[in-house]
Design a protein. Structure first.
Length: 190
C-alpha cells in the first residue's frame, strides 16, 4: 500500500449531507451544511462544528438544533448554506426561499420539506483547537410519510439522500443495495 499521510484523510470518507438548523438571537433561522456527524455508543450524536460558525454560537445559546437529511433536490440550497456564514449574510436561509417551522420538541427550526429530521438538544461541547465536538441528545426523529416503507420504517432509498465525498469534493447519491447486514457473514458460521 502507498502511505498518504494523516492529512490525506482530509474531511473524511463519504458521509451524509445534513442541514443543521438553529435560531438566531432575533428568532430568525440559520442553517449550515454539516457532514461530520456520527452516532455515539449511547445513542447520542457527535457533530464536529467549527468554533467560528454562527451555528456554533446559536447552539451554545439555545442548547438545541435540528438536523435534516438533505436530498438531491435541496443540493443547491444546502451547498450555498455551507458556503456563506450567517455572520456575513444574516438572511442566508431566507435567500434560499426555504421555509421553517418551530420544532414541537426542541427550541430549533424544522425546515419545511425535510424528508427526515433529527431534533437534538445539547449535552456538551468538547472543544479542541479548531473544531468543537458537539455532543447532542436525540429528542425525536420525524419523517415525511413519503419516505416510509410499508413497515412504517424509513426507506432510505426513498429519501434521495446525498453524500459529501471529500477526496473529490463532490456530492454523491446512495448506490445500489448489495447485501443484507448481519446476514451475509453467515456463510462462515458452522
Ligand atoms: C459539503 C460541505 C460540508 C460541510 N461540513 C461541515 C462540517 O461537518 N462541520 C463544519 O463545521 N462545517 C462544515 N461545512 C462548512 C459550513 O457549512 C460553513 O462554514 C457554513 O458557512 C457555516 O455557516 P454558519 O456560520 O452560518 O453556521 C461544510 C460545508 C460544505 C459545503
Amino acid at each position: 500500500m502507498k502511505d498518504l499521510g494523516a492529512k490525506a484523510f482530509s474531511y473524511g470518507y463519504a458521509s451524509p449531507v445534513l442541514m443543521a438548523a438553529t435560531y438566531n438571537d432575533d428568532g430568525t433561522v440559520n442553517v449550515m451544511n454539516l457532514h461530520e456527524v456520527t452516532r455515539t455508543n449511547a445513542g447520542d450524536l457527535a457533530c464536529c462544528i467549527g468554533k467560528p460558525k454562527k451555528t456554533h454560537e446559536n447552539i451554545e445559546k439555545r442548547k438545541a438544533f435540528t438536523l435534516t437529511l438533505a436530498n438531491e433536490s435541496l443540493m443547491k440550497e444546502i451547498d450555498y448554506l455551507g458556503t456563506v456564514s450567517g455572520y456575513n449574510v444574516p438572511d442566508k436561509f431566507e435567500r434560499t426561499g426555504l421555509k421553517a417551522v418551530k420544532s414541537k420538541h426542541v427550541d430549533a427550526p424544522v425546515i419545511v420539506g425535510s424528508p427526515v429530521v433529527i431534533e437534538c438538544e445539547l449535552i456538551e461541547f468538547v472543544e479542541t483547537d479548531h473544531f468543537t465536538t458537539v455532543l447532542a441528545k436525540i429528542v425525536n426523529m420525524a419523517a415525511d410519510e413519503s419516505v416510509l416503507g410499508e413497515n412504517g420504517k424509513i426507506d432510505t432509498g426513498k429519501i434521495g439522500m446525498i453524500f459529501y465525498e471529500s477526496f473529490s469534493n463532490s456530492y454523491y447519491r446512495l448506490g445500489e443495495k448489495v447485501g443484507k447486514a448481519w446476514s451475509e457473514g453467515k456463510v462462515f458460521m458452522g
